[in-house]
Ligand binder design. Structure first.
Ligand code: FEO
Length: 436
C-alpha cells in the first residue's frame, strides 16, 4: 500500500516523518532518508534557502532487502530508525552506494557493521573513495564494482546499474529498479530543497532550487549529462528518486526533458558547421586596452571561418557572459595592469567560470600597462588553471599604442583566429612590450 495521497499531505506521511518511520511510496519501496531544514550553505559554495534532504531508500524483495544510499553521518540515527521501522538488519542483502560523497556515505560504515552479511555495490571509480572513507579502526568493506548493464536481484526485485560518471563526482552511478520503473538517480535530478511533504506533487515550488542545483553541480559536466541522458531516456520511468530534494513521482519525464534542454548548446545553430567563435572581453581605464581590443577584433575578424564578438566589461554584469563563454571556442581577455594586478571586472568574470567547463578551449590575454604589466601573465595563468590552451604569447603594450603597435595588435588578432581554425604559421610569437 502506498501511504501518501496526491491531494495533500496525508496524516500518515507527517506521522511517519515525526516518528522517524520509513515512508512507503511504492509497493515495498521506502524512503529512509533524513531532513536537514536548517542548512543554508552546502559544500561551502551552494546556497539553500530552506535546507536539504539526504534521501536514502529501502527496497524489499522476496529474498532480502536492498538499501540504496545512506545519509550524512550527523543524521545516521534518523536513518537507522527509519530502516528499523520496516526491516531487520539481518535481512539486508544488498547495499548500493550511487555516490560516495560524505552526505550519502556518512552512515555506510555503521550500516555495514550492523548488516555484515550485506554485499556493497559501487562503481569502479568509487573504490579509492571507499578506502578514503574508512577509518583505520573500520573493518575493510567487502564490495563489488558494477557498470552499465550489471544487475543484482533480491528475489523478485532486480536493480540494474547505469554508469553516469561526474554527476557529480567521478564515482557516480544511477540504479534502476526494473519492473517498478523507479530510477534512483543519485545527485542527478536532485536539488537542495527541504520540504517534509517529500514528493514533487506535494511540495512547494522548487523550480529555482532545481535549476540552481543543475547550474552549480551538473553544468560543468554537461557532456556527461548528455551521455547519462542517453542511458536514462529509453527507460520506462514511473518515478525518479534522487539523493536530494523531492522524489519526482509526478511526470518524471518532464525533469529528464528539462535536463536535456539545459544541457544543449544555445549557440549551436547560430554558427555554420565549419565556423568557430572567438569572444574578446576587455576592461580599459584610459582607453589604451580598449584600442588594443578593437585592433585585435579587426585582425581576428579578417580570418575566414571565425565569428568574433567584442565585449566591454564596463558595459554590464559578468553573469550574462558565462553562457557565451561556455559555448565560445576561443576567449581573449584584455586588462590593464593596475597595482601589479589585472582589474576586478576581469577577475570577477574569470572567477565566475568554475560552473562551466573550459577544458581545451583556446585562450589568450592582452593589455596595456604603465610600469610592469603583470595582468597579462596572471590572466594566462588563470586560463591554464582552467585547463585552457594558451599557445599564443600574451600581448602587452606600454601605455598608448602607436600606429605601428596597432598594426601589431591586428596581427596578433589574426594569429589568434588562425590558431583557432588551425592555420597559424608555426613559431609566430608577438610580445610588443619586449620590442620597445
Ligand atoms: Fe549530494 Fe555530490 O553529493
Amino acid at each position: 500500500m502506498c501511504r501518501t495521497g496526491n491531494a495533500g499531505v496525508s496524516t500518515t506521511l507527517s506521522d511517519d516523518l515525526s516518528a522517524r518511520r520509513a515512508v512507503q511510496f511504492a509497493p515495498d519501496v521506502y524512503w529512509v532518508g533524513a531532513l536537514d531544514p536548517t542548512l543554508r550553505t552546502f559544500d561551502i559554495i551552494l546556497k539553500t534557502a530552506n535546507g536539504t534532504t539526504y534521501n536514502a531508500y529501502l527496497i524489499r524483495g522476496d529474498d532480502g532487502v536492498a538499501i540504496v544510499d545512506t545519509v550524512k553521518l550527523e543524521f545516521a540515527d534518523e536513518f537507522f530508525d527509519r530502516i528499523e521501522s520496516v526491516a531487520r538488519y539481518d535481512e539486508i542483502k544488498v547495499i548500493v552506494l550511487n555516490h560516495l560523497e560524505p552526505d550519502h556515505s556518512g552512515a555506510l560504515p555503521e550500516l555495514m557493521r550492523r548488516a555484515p552479511q550485506a554485499q556493497l555495490f559501487i562503481s569502479t571509480r568509487a573504490t579509492s573513495m571507499l578506502k578514503a572513507l574508512l577509518k583505520p579502526k573500520d573493518q575493510p568493506l567487502p564490495y563489488t564494482t558494477v557498470g552499465t548493464g550489471d544487475c543484482v536481484s533480491i528475489g523478485n526485485r532486480t536493480l540494474r546499474f547505469l554508469h553516469t560518471p561526474f554527476l557529480h563526482w567521478p564515482d557516480t552511478q544511477c540504479t534502476y529498479l526494473e519492473g517498478d520503473g523507479i530510477l534512483f538517480s543519485g545527485d542527478v535530478f536532485g536539488c537542495h530543497y527541504c520540504d517534509f511533504r517529500l514528493f514533487n506533487d506535494l511540495v512547494g515550488d522548487f523550480r529555482f532550487s532545481f535549476d540552481y542545483y543543475y547550474a552549480h553541480i551538473m553544468r560543468p559536466f554537461k557532456q556527461w549529462v548528455i551521455e547519462a541522458l542517453a542511458l536514462i531516456e529509453p527507460l520506462k520511468l514511473n518515478m525518479i528518486a534522487p539523493t536530494h530534494g523531492p522524489i519526482l513521482r509526478d511526470r518524471p519525464r518532464r525533469y529528464v526533458a528539462h535536463y536535456r534542454e539545459l544541457s544543449m548548446s544555445t549557440l549551436a545553430g547560430r554558427l555554420d558547421d565549419d565556423e568557430r567563435s572567438l569572444a574578446i572581453f576587455y576592461m580599459s581605464s584610459y582607453g589604451n586596452t580598449a584600442r588594443m581590443a578593437e585592433a585585435v577584433y579587426e585582425g581576428a575578424d579578417a580570418i575566414p571561418g571565425v565569428r568574433v564578438s567584442l565585449y566591454d566589461l564596463e558595459g554590464g554584469e559578468t553573469d550574462p557572459f558565462v553562457d557565451l563563454i561556455e559555448e565560445a571556442d576561443a576567449l581573449a581577455f584584455g586588462s590593464p595592469t593596475i597595482n601589479g594586478d589585472a582589474v576586478k571586472p576581469v577577475w570577477d568574470l574569470l572567477s565566475s567560470l568554475t560552473v562551466v567547463s573550459l577544458k581545451g578551449k583556446l585562450g589568450a590575454a592582452f593589455g596595456s600597462y604603465g610600469w610592469s604589466g603583470e595582468a597579462v601573465p596572471m590572466i594566462e595563468d588563470r586560463m591554464r588553471g582552467l585547463k585552457m590552451r594558451v599557445p599564443l604569447q600574451g600581448l602587452r603594450l606600454k601605455l598608448i599604442p602607436t600606429e605601428e603597435e596597432i598594426v601589431e595588435c591586428e596581427e596578433w588578432g589574426r594569429a589568434l583566429a588562425s590558431e583557432l581554425v588551425g592555420a597559424r604559421a608555426a613559431g609566430r610569437v608577438v610580445e610588443l612590450a619586449d620590442l620597445g
